[in-house]
Design a binder for this molecule. Sequence first.
Ligand code: PLP
Length: 404
Amino acid sequence: MIHWKWWNMKDKTIYLDNNATTAVAPEVVEAMLPFFTDSYGNPSSMHNFGGRVHRELEKAREKVAQLLSCEPYEIIFTSCGTESANFALRGIMEAYPEKRHIITTKVEHPCIKNQIPWFDERGVRVTELRVDRKGRLDLDELSAAITKNTLLISCMYANNETGVIFPVDRIASMARERGVYFHTDAVQAVGKIKISLKDLPVDLLSFSGHKLHAPKGVGVLYVRRGTKIRPFIIGGHQERNLRGGTENVPYIIGLGKACELAAEHLFDENNQVKKLRDKLEKGILASIPNTEVNGHTEDRLPNTTNIGIHFVEGEALLLALSKENICASTGSACASGSLQPSHVLRAMGIPFTSIHGSLRLSLSRYNTESEIDQVLEILPGIVDKLRAISPFKNLEDVTHFGTE
Ligand code: PLP
């Protein structure tokens, strides 16, 4: 077992930002280390030294495939979730240039949303489906949006900000019936809920290592056997000629280990994480007035809660929590920094008073009950202090902001 600085720091830090990134599991680090030192061969080399690495790489592919109940052949390693999502959308569009329409949603991660101008420039029409106040899609609206020209539907499996899970099984079946490809950004879902691609007619699925206790810098695009797709990174013959570039062997080995651990512990861990999340959420709602959960509370990832805390400023809240060594998030990690209110919460029609004070708390198997108790002890005092200095004391003060 490895003991190094991070684990010591973890004693002090209460990390509730696991949808932004997760700690690399010690077992994963352990599995990776020999591939930096002894087994550094190129998996494409002809010699045995490289051949041994190639065999380990293929074992990692099998572990990923086992977690998703698919064939190892269908797993393509990439550098991250963003690359996988770009590969999926552009790769399929370039394989079928005659089709000029794709459908997605208003609440996608920037890895999908920020591709829209690229499609606009090429004359590809993009329909962005709306969500309701709970963050859910209207499947009738989806059905009505599909035309003869529609090539692809891309809908996230679970939302990174609210944890809301989309009815991917029904969307995938609809896509299949109407002859449309279906991609799902499953970055927040893989490792947190059971996904069986044997039973789910998804054509393309993206995910990322660093959300399930593997390192940052490794991802996967699942491509169902028989799906025609053009490569996104063009180079050597690696990954069935679909993704050029020498494979990031240590990270892929780490991802394989993380998937093996996720498959072993999915049920127990998620039950335990859900219990802690529910305790945290109930405790906050009970102890702090003018708070509400953003998003559906049933169709939701077991580790995530997004709580609207009216009349406080999210950034001020995060800084105050950070002083207490509590890590949380307001909106997604990629949106913070811009200080723009979250596009997800705006699409849900959440009032600005609540969006600005939205707090995303996302747990992992490394959180403990005592950490949850500490947050419940500290948070109400912080909110009281911030509200005392807030110019907004009630809803009437802020009606001029409106909502989108
Ligand atoms: N999709 C979703 C839903 C995410 O939450 C993220 C990361 O936060 C990504 C895609 C991007 O993944 P990566 O950081 O591996 O590029």
